[in-house]
Design a protein around this ligand. Structure first.
Ligand SMILES: Nc1ncnc2c1ncn2[C@@H]1O[C@H](COP(=O)(O)OP(=O)(O)OP(=O)(O)O)[C@@H](O)[C@H]1O
Ligand SMILES: [Mg+2]
Length: 347
């Protein structure tokens, strides 16, 4: 549906070329919700703005259903842009227009008759549950309501794609939840492909099917959401997951953590699992079978898109061979294991 091919973007500041995006390759499938997550300044907004050519890529291409946007003339590009609605962190509504007139704007610009505009706006008001606010002005609305107006306006021309730039970052948790639900139903009911960018792992966990991690202008990891959460590969992804699951190694342990195993040292592991691989029986079995001790230091179980995902930080003690066998056993049973370090303790 959306193919980004070898896309780079440079800004020239004081005659110096500063790269904002470096050789991005990414495919968003039709009807999927694809999230791009990264820290501030990673290049998220630049990337999403390149997708609809609000920003011209310095190199590379963007193809929508196989058609290359970078090669289009102005009229063709205008038409292609109508297939891509966009919403923003700060809503970008016209303060002088009421809700109805904000939603109607793209239809007016496209030259539709007023009867057609009215019929379409009524549909969109119903879809976004704004019918009771039709005559209000943006300043009279809450953040969540303003974002719903922005969504209705973005959908006015029945686009195939919705681009969301930090759409919930200015909202309180309750409005965030409602907007994410609305985006999910737009995707599910209307079959609209969604590309969203965010710095919040919770957004990704709630609605994205797949996710790309962007760091310093590069996509460094592309995964489905459950995989990313249970088995992040890059340090940036690990940090994002850690922050979102509120899983920190307890401070006393962290202070003692060593990178090398010494005799009698306890091994600190992060164990993650999802779906079928339940943790309790496996851990009970480990203790019996391999004669090791396990001390659970942290545990978090949550449901991500109907799948149970568990993450634990444990200390495992025993002779080195038994510890190694235990780790192998966990991995054979589909759990993800990462050695975080070793602690030497006096017992
Ligand atoms: N118009 C511009 N001129 C020069 N540099 C720019 C411009 N826009 C963005 N940049 C630079 O490009 C990099 C990426 O910026 P971008 O806004 O895409 O980041 P972001 O991931 O969206 O960050 P945030 O989460 O803070 O919104 C930053 O280093 C930024 O300073
Ligand atoms: Mg941004």
């Amino acid at each position: 549906m959306i193919s980004i091919r070898n896309l780079s973007k440079y800004y020239v500041i004081h005659n110096k070329k500063i790269p904002a995006l470096k050789h991005i390759n990414l495919d968003v499938k039709a009807k999927e919700i694809y999230g791009i997550i990264g820290r501030s300044g990673a290049g998220k907004s630049t990337l999403i703005r390149c997708v609809n050519m609000l920003e011209r890529p310095s190199e590379g291409n963007v193809l929508i259903e196989g058609v290359c946007l970078t090669e289009m003339g102005p009229a063709q590009l205008r038409e292609a842009r109508r297939q891509m609605g966009m919403i923003f962190q700060h809503f970008n509504l016209l303060q002088s227009r009421n809700v109805t007139d904000n939603i109607a704007l793209p239809l007016e610009l496209a030259g539709l008759s007023s009867a057609k505009i009215k019929a379409r706006v009524d549909e969109l008001l119903a879809l976004t549950e704004l019918s009771n606010h039709a005559k209000q002005y943006p300043r009279q609305l809450s953040g969540g309501q303003k974002q719903r107006v922005a969504i209705a306006r973005a959908l006015a021309y029945s686009p195939k794609v919705l681009l969301c730039d930090e759409a919930t970052s200015s909202l309180d948790p309750q409005s965030t939840k409602a907007i994410l639900e609305l985006l999910r139903s737009i995707n599910h009911e209307l079959g609209i492909t969604i590309l969203l960018i965010t710095h919040e792992m919770d957004v990704v966990k709630t609605i994205c099917h797949r996710v790309g991690v962007i760091h310093e202008g590069e996509i460094i990891e592309q995964r489905n959401v459950i995989e990313l959460f249970t088995d992040p590969h890059t340090q940036v992804a690990k940090d994002l997951v850690k922050a979102s699951s509120r899983m920190e190694i307890p401070r006393v342990i962290k202070e003692m953590l060593q990178t090398c195993a010494t005799q009698d040292a306890g091994t600190i592991l992060r164990i993650a699992y999802h779906g079928e691989s339940a943790s309790q029986p496996i851990i009970g079995y480990l203790i019996q079978q391999y004669r090791i001790n396990i001390n659970i230091l942290q545990g978090n179980i949550e449901t991500i898109q109907d799948q149970i995902v568990g993450v634990m930080i444990v200390e495992i003690r025993g002779d080195r061979v038994s510890v190694e066998k235990s780790i192998n056993f966990l991995e054979r049973n589909g759990l993800h294991v990462e050695i975080l370090g070793y602690v030497q303790r006096d017992h």
